[in-house]
Design a protein around this ligand. Structure first.
Ligand code: PMV
Length: 335
């Protein structure tokens, strides 16, 4: 009997938190960003996605966290699957089941882990055998930050310089074990609003309307270089102020976008103030805050300072919980 291929695979991918933010697309059709970005891939959190291509399915069925996806979220999955179908010359519909073990669309980067997992599962189901670099190139079409979630540790997504985007992909800079004392204390805030505008649209409004965007772009190569060097030296005194400087720059272009983009809550702002006070009082950078397009805070610190930082931040009103995360491994096939 001929072997019937199962056309099914399950893939897990982690979220990442950017230290140098991706915010702005130079070429939308080719998904090429204006600037290179750097992130930390996080352990413990993950999206787990099963894709089964089925010749009897006329349309794609997409289930996200147990609920049937409709509208925009479904459309972006279908568009991504179309790209994979074209690559593999396969016309079949697919059944997609994806779940996150953390809150969706709230600043914990579910689009990064979600599209990295979808890219891994869909290409494995069709036996495409992509390298990590090829998978990263593909994943960025689902969500830019997904290009980085393919890899573990500290990851750089290079914008590249070629007009066709062939040098636009992520690569690991330092493995998950490079700096074991580095901790991301995630501070989950109560009542974090669910994003009303998708990041890929919001960032293009920033490009078009923020008067400070050009200055940010001009500053980025130097800041990115310094961040890379500070990580290489495992030097919190250099790295932590740079993480905050970059986060403030990202927040500034968001706030000066018209209409203004404000992702933070009162609690998020209080947390930022508290990290600044803590550093001032200690006379050294004990911790560094950053956030994505959401209200939760990621506070980088060292293992030895976690109790002190956690005590201080965890007691602020509006903080739901804190979680200690470390750099972790990248995406992988699990079935
Ligand atoms: O990948 P997207 O389209 O969800 O955009 C990510 C944007 C930020 O999270 C704010 C920055 C980043 O580099 O992850």
């Amino acid at each position: 009997m001929p072997r019937v291929p199962t056309l099914e695979a399950t893939y897990e991918a982690p979220p990442n938190i950017a230290l140098v933010k991706y915010w702005g697309v130079r070429d939308r059709a080719r998904a090429i960003p204006f600037n290179s970005s750097i992130s930390v891939t996080l352990d413990r959190l993950r999206s787990r996605t099963c894709v089964r291509f089925d010749p009897t399915l006329a349309t794609d069925r997409v289930t996200l966290n147990g609920a049937t996806a409709t509208g925009g979220p479904r459309e972006s999955v279908v568009r991504f699957l179309d790209r994979v179908r074209t690559l593999a010359h396969v016309p079949y519909g697919a059944d997609v089941q994806s779940e996150n073990n953390f809150p969706t669309a709230s600043g914990l980067a579910s689009s990064a882990s979600g599209f990295a997992a979808l890219a891994g599962a869909a290409t494995a189901a069709l036996d495409l055998k992509l390298s990590g670099r090829e998978l990263s190139k593909l994943a960025r079409f689902g969500s830019g930050s997904a290009a980085r979630s393919v890899f573990g540790g500290i990851v750089e997504w290079r914008a590249g310089i070629l007009p066709d985007g062939s040098d636009c992909y992520a690569r690991p800079l330092f493995g998950p074990d490079y700096w074991p004392a580095l901790v991301d204390l995630v501070v989950v805030v109560r009542g974090a609003p669910v994003k009303s505008v998708r990041s890929e649209d919001a960032m293009q409004t920033t490009v078009a309307t923020s008067p400070t965007y050009a200055r940010r772009l001009a500053e980025l190569p130097r800041r990115t270089h310094k961040i890379r060097a500070a990580i290489r030296a495992r030097d919190p005194r250099r790295l932590f102020p740079l993480i905050m400087e970059e986060c403030d720059s990202f927040r500034e272009v968001c706030e000066t976008t018209r209409p203004s983009l404000d992702y933070l809550t009162t609690t998020s702002r209080a947390l930022i103030g508290e990290v600044r006070s803590l550093n001032r009082e200690a006379g050294r950078p004990v911790a560094a805050y950053t956030h994505d397009a959401g209200a939760h805070l990621h506070v980088f610190t060292l293992t030895k300072d976690v109790p002190r930082v956690r005590r201080r931040l965890g007691k602020l009103p509006g903080v739901e919980r804190t979680a200690v995360l470390h750099p972790g491994p990248g995406g992988r096939r699990v079935a």
